[in-house]
Design a protein around this ligand. Structure first.
Ligand code: AMP
Ligand code: ZN
Length: 138
């Protein structure tokens, strides 16, 4: 897409700190990282919705994530990761080109990611929700 920052990064017209690329996937450091080594993994093709990706592209994205997360602790000394996608504006997505955030974590780094309030739902309520979702994807 012509006005997409991430498409321009893939084309090379906007510079990026690349960590990995193959035919399908491009991966580069986030310009405003949550922690040292925070990187993004994107499909080279401009898609906004994960349903626009085929199995081959999804496999390539997770294969890159596997490769990079395996290597990073030796480089950075981190002991964990948050892997997340802000999927939709209401979930905090700013750039529409689909992307995964890989955020290196260390014990007590105080980042405040994934520390949400856990609601208490009954087992019956959980089962009802699960049934609705399972039905919807049949
Ligand atoms: P999101 O809120 O999931 O859409 O996050 C978009 C991410 O892209 C943010 O963490 C930004 O810091 C990052 N970002 C924006 N522009 C650039 C850029 N030119 N190079 C690298 N990362 C970027
Ligand atoms: Zn794009």
């Amino acid at each position: 897409m012509s006005d997409c920052i991430f498409c321009k990064i893939v084309e090379g017209s906007i510079p990026s700190s690349i960590v990995f690329e193959d035919d399908t996937v491009y991966s580069f450091l986030d310009i405003n990282p949550a922690s040292k080594g925070h990187f993004l993994v994107i499909p080279k093709k401009h898609v906004e919705d994960i349903s626009e990706l085929g199995d081959t592209e999804i496999t390539a994205i997770f294969s890159a994530i596997r490769k990079l997360t395996k290597a990073l602790p030796d480089v950075l000394g981190n002991t964990g990761f948050n892997i997340l996608m802000n999927y939709g504006k209401d979930a905090g997505q700013i750039i529409s080109h689909l992307h995964f955030h890989i955020i290196p974590r260390k014990k007590e780094d105080g980042l405040g990611i994934a520390g949400w309030n856990h609601l208490k739902f009954s087992g019956d309520h959980l089962n009802e929700i699960a049934k609705e979702i399972a039905e919807a994807i049949k």
